[in-house]
Design a protein around this ligand. Structure first.
Ligand SMILES: *Cc1c(COP(=O)(O)O)cnc(C)c1O
Length: 372
């Protein structure tokens, strides 16, 4: 029980397995999953998640930076580790020492890597319209040149869809445009006799809404964790996803506040009538956004307890007037189930005024990760 003392996340690995199976069933059999486990696996805990994913037969992973890649390699990952972001030259040696595959973030970056040399493995990012990273799809000749550059070994090309989560006509048209541009680059390379490289384009929403695409890898993040970015997002796949994570804390102390008295910083909560309040041992340093106060609730003994006052760094206050038999040490659920009630990640993120991706990736390092 030591892992459940102050505030923690519970990880349901059966749900992770379910999501992996569902996502696999959605795309062509030849497409392999290369999960995005950046930002500590969206706050779930990179190592426990990767351990389970590896057990499920997944070998390849996407991370944001070289440091995350090194962590994965040290944890025993043998497959491809793709660094999705820029690596500063001072860390180039890590790419070689740990056999990481670097994203080629633009044309100049190829020269940068070439200057150092040593056989860097890269996947070339193709900018098909998001305008974040990659070489423009219009510079197909340059992309071909990169394949010939000494000191660089190109294993693949990829791009990123930026409106695949939208069912609006213009967004669907743009996504098809991006797919077309990516195909155009491939066709050009093939015409130059350049073959034998892998291709990948889809993150979660690319998989859910464009599952028929035939590429070598998919890069699911949020969906793998059993979540959509927001409640009601476009998901035309029909597959079911189950949330992997529950967020919990404990009741530290319960007290009565008389009608007319205030509570918490700024005394922003004012008791309209005699109220019982509880202090919980979790706060914004753990990833509970301050915006949630006055909007959301937590679950204690299967009952809803509204979040009141201002969220503190390590603590928060809830109204427990309606929760009978509450005692110090009781479990309080911020995301997950309690009795007949439940709070989804999407609902929680909505109360925070943002998307699940942001809320989950900001779950603090102080939370313990408990596999249940
Ligand atoms: C983060 C990321 C992903 C995963 O995105 P989800 O929407 O969470 O599935 C895929 N590809 C790239 C390039 C990313 O940066």
């Amino acid at each position: 029980m030591s892992g459940k003392s102050r505030a923690w996340v519970e990880l349901n690995m059966d749900h992770l397995q379910h999501n992996v199976e569902q996502l696999r069933s959605l795309v062509p059999e030849t497409c392999r999953l290369m999960p995005a486990v950046k930002a500590d696996a969206y706050g779930h805990g990179m190592l426990p998640m990767v351990e389970k994913l590896t057990e499920l037969g997944i070998e390849d992973y996407c991370v944001a930076c070289a440091e995350e890649g090194v962590r994965l390699r040290k944890a025993g990952v043998k497959g491809l580790i793709l660094v999705l972001g820029y690596t500063y030259p001072a860390r180039f040696q890590d790419l070689l020492d740990y056999d990481l595959t670097q994203t080629l973030v633009d044309r100049e970056y190829a020269n940068e890597l070439q200057r150092v040399g040593g056989g860097f493995k890269v996947h070339v990012g193709i900018d098909t319209g998001m305008h974040r990273l990659g070489v423009s799809y219009e510079e197909a000749e340059r992309i071909a040149e990169i394949f010939q550059t000494p000191g660089i070994r190109v294993g693949g090309i990829f791009s990123q869809l930026c409106v695949s989560d939208s069912c609006k006509e213009k967004d669907r048209a743009f996504t098809l445009e991006q797919i077309g541009r990516f195909e155009q680059v491939t066709a050009w390379l093939h015409r130059q006799g350049i073959k034998g490289f892998s291709r990948h384009l889809q993150g979660s929403y690319g998989m859910l809404n464009y599952p028929w695409l035939q590429y070598d890898y998919c890069r699911p993040g949020i969906a793998l964790y059993g979540l959509l970015s927001q409640e009601g997002d476009w998901n035309s796949s029909g597959i079911s996803l189950l949330p992997v994570l529950e967020l919990k804390t404990r009741v530290q102390s319960v007290r009565k506040v008389n009608k007319g008295e205030g509570a918490g910083y700024g005394l922003v909560f004012r008791a309209g009538e005699d109220t019982r309040i509880a202090a919980l041992s979790i706060g914004y340093a753990d990833g509970v956004f301050r915006e949630i106060a006055g909007r959301g609730y937590v679950l204690i003994r299967g009952k809803r307890a509204p979040i009141i006052g201002r969220v503190c760094m390590d603590q928060m206050l809830v109204d427990v007037t309606e929760v009978s038999d509450i005692s110090q040490g009781d479990e309080a659920v911020l995301i997950g189930k309690s009795g007949q009630e439940s709070i989804s990640g999407e609902q929680f993120a909505g109360w925070c005024g943002t998307i699940t991706n942001e809320v989950f990736s900001r779950l603090g390092g102080r939370l313990e990760r408990v596999v249940v």
